[in-house]
Design a protein around this ligand. Structure first.
Ligand SMILES: Nc1ncnc2c1ncn2[C@@H]1O[C@H](COP(=O)(O)OP(=O)(O)OP(=O)(O)O)[C@@H](O)[C@H]1O
Ligand SMILES: [Mg+2]
Length: 149
């Protein structure tokens, strides 16, 4: 079987801690500007993975990273900005436009987006697409795919 380019083999994590550790590991390969799309159902571990990524980037401590489901955008970091976005409540491309996310992309920043499947604009690159799947109460399958340079 031919392996898809830029797609790493899925990893199964067995606890939230393992998912956070994976996020820290992934952070090592991220350079701004970069868009990180987190895709997966409710409770699949998007916020948990984001904790590891943000902490791994040195932008905040794990426990400071919380779900942006109400505020929609959280900003972390000093000079090196990390934005953590949650599109769960966004229902149309018009609503999405009101968020002004373009301003975040244009910055020298890393932008992590939960419910990344709702981001209809495909023009932003490079990006990392992470699919999270619920296997059992403690297990998640996580697949990472890179596009752009
Ligand atoms: N292996 C695992 N990886 C990640 N989370 C896990 C794992 N095992 C159990 N969990 C639990 O699953 C839940 C995942 O919640 P989390 O908020 O990260 O998901 P989410 O995808 O961001 O959800 P939402 O769609 O509501 O934003 C947490 O309660 C976490 O402790
Ligand atoms: Mg979440």
């Amino acid at each position: 079987m031919v392996k898809e380019p830029n797609k790493t083999a899925p990893v199964v994590t067995h606890s939230p801690e393992e998912t956070i550790a994976l996020g820290r590991e992934l952070a090592k390969g991220l350079r701004p500007p970069c868009l990180v799309l987190l895709k997966g159902e409710l409770g699949s571990g998007k916020t948990t993975l984001a904790k590891g990524i943000v902490a791994g980037l040195g932008a905040a401590r794990e426990e400071e990273v919380t779900s942006p489901s109400f505020t929609l955008v959280h900003e972390y970091g000093g000079e090196r900005k990390v934005f953590h976005v949650d599109l769960y409540r966004i229902e149309s491309s018009r609503e999405l436009a009101t968020l002004g996310l373009e301003e975040l992309w244009s910055a020298e920043a890393i932008v992590i987006v939960e419910w990344g499947e709702k981001l209809w604009d495909n023009s932003v690159a490079p990006r990392v697409i992470i699919q999270l799947e619920y296997i059992s109460s403690e297990e998640r399958r996580i697949t990472v795919e890179r596009s752009g340079s």
